[in-house]
Design a protein around this ligand. Structure first.
Ligand code: ZN
Ligand code: ZN
Length: 297
């Protein structure tokens, strides 16, 4: 039993890193550069956690950042909790504003990702993912027994929850806190930070999506970033974007930006109201002039 539990935890961490390091920080945001075998290792580890086509995942995630918490965001909880958690997974085609040929030019020609993408047909894409996931567990069963196959399957299914729960929990402001005064709802949620191997520091991530480091304060534990840094020491990773050097300075800058944006918006709102009042007055004057002209006739 102890061996199986250890196997489950190791599998959870490997598949989890597949999602956080492979799908998210590498493919979606290009926060570091690495050898191709490193990329394939992590992406395949994520693929075995039922994550679906890497091209599809990246296209959806980049759209999330482009349109965060607006009606064009594929999974903002502002428009329904169920939709944000799993409902969006049941879309049978890409929404009109998401086109991988345009938004994932860096991935679209990779032969392995192309195969996983199945020509953009969602049903075939998911079937391919399920067959490969179950096939790998069948191999584990054959070599190590059904208990290990089941533990691996459960670890994959548990890891699938990382991005799903993150999409919901880390976009509900009352569940977390912000280090940076961003305009979206993204917040840092400590328990998603732990279970999601560093992904729960989501306000930091929305403020600096190009940074390989999501945990920015001392207590914000970020296992995925630690693994990326360890790989650099081994020579498997080259350049890394470490994000802002001085966190307190970065926070001050965000606060300034926020105050400025607020005053610009207040100014716009005021000018809109003035314009409406002037238009009303002009209408009134025009009507009065018309009436006077008619009574003279
Ligand atoms: Zn987000
Ligand atoms: Zn992201």
């Amino acid at each position: 039993m102890i061996e199986l539990t250890v196997f489950f935890i190791i599998s959870y961490i490997i598949h989890g890193l597949g999602v956080t390091v492979g799908y998210h920080r590498l493919l979606s945001h290009r926060t570091f550069k690495c050898a191709k075998f490193v990329e394939y290792f992590f992406v395949f580890a994520g693929y075995l956690a039922f994550e679906g086509s890497p091209i599809w995942w990246t296209a959806i995630h980049r759209a999330h950042h482009r349109h965060v918490d607006t009606p064009l965001d594929p999974h903002s909880p502002r428009y329904g909790l169920w939709h944000s958690y799993m409902g969006w997974l049941f879309e049978l085609k890409y929404p009109d504003h998401i086109n991988p040929a345009e938004q994932c030019k860096d991935l679209i020609n990779d032969p392995i990702y192309k195969f996983f993408e199945q020509g953009g047909n969602m049903q075939r894409m998911n079937a391919c993912n399920f067959i490969i996931n179950l096939g790998v567990r069948a191999i584990i069963w054959a070599f190590f027994g059904w208990q290990y196959a089941l533990a691996s399957l459960l670890a994959g299914a548990a890891v699938l929850q990382i991005p799903l729960m993150l999409n919901v929990a880390c976009h509900i402001p009352k569940l977390g806190y912000k280090n940076f005064a961003t305009k979206d709802d993204g917040v840092n949620v400590w328990w998603v930070g732990i279970l999601g191997l560093g992904e729960g520091w989501h306000n930091n991530h929305h403020a600096y999506p190009g940074s390989a480091r999501n945990g920015m304060r001392l207590f914000e534990v970020d296992l995925s970033y630690a693994v990326i840094k360890a790989m650099k020491k081994l020579g498997w990773v080259g350049w890394i974007n470490h994000g802002p050097k001085d966190i307190s300075l970065a926070r001050k800058e965000w606060n300034k930006k926020f105050v400025l944006q607020e005053s610009i918006e207040r100014g716009k709102h005021y000018l809109d109201n003035v314009a409406k009042d002037v238009a009303k007055d002009l209408d009134m004057v025009a009507n009065q002039t018309k009436e006077k002209a008619l009574t003279r006739v």
